[in-house]
Design a protein around this ligand. Structure first.
Ligand code: B16
Ligand code: MG
Length: 230
């Protein structure tokens, strides 16, 4: 039985990617690096330090800085990012998400956030959603990033639920891989090709319906039961 939803934040609850990209773009400019048009997709769901590595690689500068200097660069980007997200409001919640949360709450589902972002609590407060969630995984507590399943397993444990009792939502292919590796029901939102491995898919959050997700979950669950591993 479905008892919980686990959400990625950026690209699922809100579009913080545009602020990440703007802040990285400013840092890149200061370093004399031009970001390619593929940068947004490349940065999606990656940790802060992994994102910096991608930015530096665009300028062939990955070997030019000490670890301490890299920490400083990442910190500089984060300070700018914090300035940008300070302007976020509930209007920045992606379409369909408020209704989905309301419907899930009405059915007494527990809710968690599984985001790679250390700024997730700040963003949720800006969106006035912080109190809606029963658990927010602290990414600093993790050993491995997505596509490793660790963050989704942790969120499920924080909700005190079993693997066949949760549905997890992601916009990044590495996120869907992480959910699938955790053995959870995966909901992909965005690019059909990139998210082909998802158990259930919609092109954007505005198309998410609580009933459709629960129906697809029930189908997945009964297929698991038939196979004997549900
Ligand atoms: P921070 P998600 C991810 O969020 C973003 O997609 C990614 O671009 C960002 O680098 C990462 O969080 C870390 O964010 O610098 O705020 O700790 O998609 O996992 O919700
Ligand atoms: Mg995301």
């Amino acid at each position: 039985m479905l008892k919980g939803f686990i959400f990625d934040l950026d690209g699922v609850v809100t579009d913080s990617a545009k602020y990440h990209l703007a802040a990285w773009g400013e840092l890149a400019k200061q370093l004399g690096i031009t970001l390619p048009s593929t940068a947004n997709a490349a940065l999606r769901g990656r940790s802060r330090m992994d994102s910096l590595a991608v930015i530096l690689s665009y300028g062939h500068q990955q070997n030019q800085y000490s670890e301490a200097e890299k920490e400083n660069l990442a910190d500089k980007k984060n300070q700018r990012y914090l300035q940008l997200i300070a302007n976020m409001t509930p209007a920045d919640i992606l379409p369909g998400i408020n209704q989905l949360l309301l419907d899930a709450k009405a059915q007494h589902l527990k809710l968690a956030i599984a985001s790679a972002s250390k700024n997730a609590p700040t963003i949720l407060r800006q969106l006035k959603l912080f109190d809606q969630f029963d658990a927010i995984v602290d990414p600093a507590s993790l050993h491995r990033g997505k596509p490793d399943p660790e963050i989704f397993i942790k969120a499920q444990h924080l909700l005190q639920l079993q693997v066949n009792e949760v549905a997890s939502f992601e916009d990044a292919s590495a996120g869907i891989a992480a959910i699938n590796a955790a053995g959870q029901f995966s909901v992909g939102i965005g690019d059909a090709k990139a998210l082909a491995a998802a158990d259930y898919f919609v092109a954007n959050t505005g198309l998410l319906r609580f009933e459709s997700v629960t129906k697809a979950f029930a189908k997945w669950q009964s297929a698991l039961n038939k196979r004997g591993d549900g």
